[in-house]
Design a protein around this ligand. Structure first.
Ligand SMILES: *Cc1c(COP(=O)(O)O)cnc(C)c1O
Length: 520
């Protein structure tokens, strides 16, 4: 693993994250690569963000085009891309949700939802559920159940209580004329992958309506195809008063949305100045969201999640292992409850090339990109089966070769690093890391040239390479491999030997096993 990179992060990070010992530097579809070129099957999707997969050229192209037109544009003026996204959200979200507040994360969507609920009802109480997760800022954290997340930060906002999930009687007892809103997830994801029962959700919606409280549904994780329909709400035939969205909305670019229903809007209390956000609804995120929604529809990814999820759950339920207590899931949001702590199994999976998540102390959670191929999902399920049944791992370690040859991976990584004139440093340092992994001595000299040699002492007889002037002509060709061709716009390098005046042809330390067609 690129140690300098790991050392740097360890030195300068806040330290709040428990990290796996991998440095992920690139992704394509459901495959991730670490700094050493080793590939992993991604069953995390960036915590449910990468539903459309990694390395999507459509998103890169939409971002590049929008970045050249306009990146920032607060909502105090109108904007073309934002207008189109708002219209699209009204078309795709459940009936009754026709007004939207755009923000930048799931937590912000929850914060805003609470503010709008208090405003619209003139009440203060918020009822959340046991095992629920809604984010980490003070308001959202007040509704999150896990006490390790909450206790160090007390006192949290007053008026928030927690009731049992899937227990309508508890809701009946808790909802009063002080209740502004009840907030639930339709599948509690972080809390262990527990689905709501349909009768519970229906009953809760009716109770809320009867008693003048609002129903907030948190689809930050379940939204955008994850559970087998565009929104999990559709499977429950429920129309929330407020729907919170984020994670996968903009294909990986930070964005959240608070969808406001009729009861909120008709309160007449959502007035000017009630809420705001500098970055909310910025054209860059809106462009990414529009491209993401196109992909979800064109590739029918919700249906794909339903099919692949059913297949995965069937295979997981067939595993004979005393370690497995229960397999639960909806679409490609899958939980495997173990009889033991999950952490060591996550570590073993990581060693075996599968990146998965926990959901509480003893649930293994699978959250792959919805574009994962059947073959790749089956490969992940094979490895999970091995790990959970204790099949020997020694005879499996050889399979960890990168999914494609390392030369192509190197070229592809070079194409994804922008190196406009005078901004070549990132590329030069990337080449140094790559060369060092090939066992070469490499460094960037004082004028920015990349220099590599088989010997530490540079000398005219040693095979060396010097690359300078590594700039890329401006413009964007999305990097992608299609039918064996690698597309992209990359650096046009001045190559040379050391000493620089030598007329010898350049020596490139990478063997090319067969010609790689390049269209630049
Ligand atoms: C991830 C998540 C959040 C918080 O979203 P962030 O973007 O991390 O702030 C809120 N609710 C649910 C259900 C989530 O899964």
């Amino acid at each position: 693993m690129g140690t300098t990179l790991v050392d740097l992060e360890n030195t300068y990070t806040s330290g709040v994250y428990g990290k796996r010992p991998v440095a992920i530097v690139r992704g394509q579809g459901a495959t991730l690569w670490d700094a050493e070129g080793r590939s992993y099957i991604d069953c995390m999707a960036g915590h449910g963000v990468a539903n459309i997969g990694h390395g999507r050229s459509e998103i890169a192209a939409a971002l590049a085009a929008q970045a050249q037109r306009l990146i920032t544009c607060p909502e105090i003026v109108y904007n073309d891309v934002r207008a189109r996204l708002l219209e699209r959200l009204a078309q795709i979200t459940p009936a009754g949700l026709e007004h939207f507040f755009l923000c930048n994360s799931g937590t912000e969507a929850i914060e805003g939802a609470f503010k709008f609920a208090r405003l619209a009802t003139g009440r203060t109480g918020i009822i959340a559920t046991l095992r629920g997760f809604h984010g980490r800022s003070m308001g959202a954290l007040s509704a999150t159940w896990e006490k390790h997340y909450r206790e160090p930060f007390a006192p949290l906002i007053p008026g928030v209580s927690h009731i049992r999930y899937n227990d309508l009687k508890a809701a009946e007892a808790a909802i009063t004329e002080d209740t502004a809103a009840v907030i639930i997830e339709l599948v509690q994801a972080e809390g262990g992958v527990h689905s709501a029962q349909e009768a519970y959700v229906q009953g809760l919606a009716a109770l809320c309506r009867e008693r003048g409280a609002l129903l907030i549904i948190d689809e930050v994780q379940t939204g955008f195809g994850r559970t087998g329909s565009l929104f999990a709400c559709e499977q429950y035939a429920v129309e929330p008063d407020i729907l919170c969205l984020a994670k996968s909305l903009a294909g990986g670019v930070p964005m959240g949305a608070i969808c406001l229903g009729t009861r909120v809007m008709e309160s007449g209390r959502i007035t000017r100045g009630a809420h705001g956000s500098t970055f909310g609804g910025n054209p860059l995120a809106c462009a990414a969201a529009l491209a993401t929604l196109d992909i979800l529809a064109q590739e029918d990814l919700p249906a794909r999640a339903a099919d692949l999820g059913a297949h995965a759950v069937e295979r997981l339920r067939a595993i004979q292992s005393p370690l497995i207590r229960e397999v639960r899931g909806r679409g490609l949001l899958i939980g495997i409850e173990l009889t033991k702590r999950v952490q060591p199994y996550l570590e073993e999976l990581c060693e075996r090339g599968v990146l998965a998540l926990p959901a509480g102390p003893n649930v293994l959670r699978l959250l792959p990109p919805l574009v994962i191929s059947e073959a790749q999902l089956d490969q992940a399920l094979d490895i999970i089966t091995d790990v959970l049944t204790g099949t020997s791992r020694s005879n499996q370690t050889a399979e960890q070769a990168p999914a494609e040859n390392p030369e192509v991976a190197l070229l592809q990584s070079m194409l994804t690093i922008p190196s406009l004139s005078r901004q070549e440093g990132a590329l030069a340092h990337h080449l140094v890391e790559q060369a060092q992994q090939l066992g070469l001595h490499a460094y960037v000299d004082e004028v920015g040239n990349f220099i590599a040699s088989t010997h530490a002492e540079l000398d005219a007889r040693q095979p060396v390479v010097l690359l300078g002037h590594m700039d890329t002509v401006p413009g964007n060709i999305p990097v992608r491999i299609e039918n064996g061709l690698l597309y992209g716009r990359g650096p046009s390098m001045l190559k040379g030997r050391w000493p620089p005046l030598s007329v010898q042809p350049p020596v490139w330390p990478v063997r090319l096993p067969r010609p790689i067609p390049l269209l630049l």
